[in-house]
Design a protein around this ligand. Structure first.
Ligand SMILES: C[S@@+](CC[C@H](N)C(=O)[O-])C[C@H]1O[C@@H](n2cnc3c(N)ncnc32)[C@H](O)[C@@H]1O
Length: 243
């Protein structure tokens, strides 16, 4: 089982520190997009967390199930209105099997990068394909690797500087690895440091993983409102379809 980087200390402040991502302006387009793809079928969220997307999607009438490694995150989900009605399996979403088949599986908020090896990311696509009905879709939301901001010989890129939070990405280009360091203000002038490992992954590489798993690219956008994906896009929302 991979290491759980979303244990109690992260889970207890996740919703508060990610408050921007819980705003209706952010969540509603995601839910519109996913509900449209799910149709009358069921949806599987990999890395369901505290239910930021799963709960409003379920409130739209979509039957949602989840997989997550972190008991602490899922405890928060279950405590929310409607949370106890969303079935969640504790396990690694690269390998964990759940009962049923799905018209939609989705992995949002850069969570594919939580799998820190290429083998695990490929296994994730294969696991999703095993759960999808023919014609079912797999959706990933993830940043485009920000290497254009990294001068040769440098390792660190600041991705956020605010009054209460500073974020710094540390690159290991040879391994396609990334550690995100966060300095978050807690009380008074005190800042807490936390760091988490990722594997950044290219859109074309994800397309190959999909092909290995028997899926093909159906749509690629720069955002949930189907903004065009261009050379300037900083993230993408991609949809692969199972043959
Ligand atoms: C950034 S949070 C996203 C949570 C939620 N999807 C959201 O959008 O707010 C990533 C979630 O994925 C879970 N996670 C990370 N790696 C995982 C793995 N290999 N298997 C299962 N869950 C994993 C974490 O426990 C955490 O709940």
């Amino acid at each position: 089982m991979p290491e759980d980087h979303f244990g109690e200390p992260v889970a207890e402040t996740y919703d508060e520190y990610s408050a921007e991502m819980f705003r209706p302006e952010v969540v509603d387009p995601v839910v519109d997009f996913l509900a449209g793809l799910a149709g009358d079928g069921a949806a599987l969220e990999l890395g369901i967390g505290t239910g930021r997307i799963a709960l409003p999607l379920a409130a739209r009438g979509v039957r949602v199930q989840g997989i997550d490694l972190s008991e602490a995150m899922v405890t928060r989900l279950r405590a929310k209105p409607g949370g106890a009605d969303v079935p969640v399996t504790i396990g690694d979403f690269a390998t964990t099997k759940v009962a049923g088949t799905f018209s939609l599986a989705y992995l949002v908020f850069n969570t594919i990068s939580n799998l820190t090896t290429q083998d695990e990311q490929v296994a994730c696509f294969e696991n999703v394909a095993a759960h999808l009905e023919p014609g079912g879709c797999f959706v990933i939301e993830v940043g485009v690797p920000d290497l254009q901001r990294l001068p040769r010989g440098e390792r660190f890129v600041m991705f956020h500087v605010g009054d209460t939070h500073v974020g710094i990405d540390e690159y290991d280009v040879a391994r396609q690895g990334l550690v995100s360091h966060h300095l978050q203000q807690t009380e008074g002038d005190a800042f807490r440091r936390s760091s988490g490992p990722f594997r950044y992954v290219w859109p074309s590489e994800l397309d190959l993983m999909a092909r290995i798993a028997g899926m093909t690219l159906r749509e690629r956008w720069a955002g949930w409102k189907r903004e065009p994906f261009t050379s300037e896009s900083t993230k993408h929302v991609s949809v692969w379809e199972k043959a």
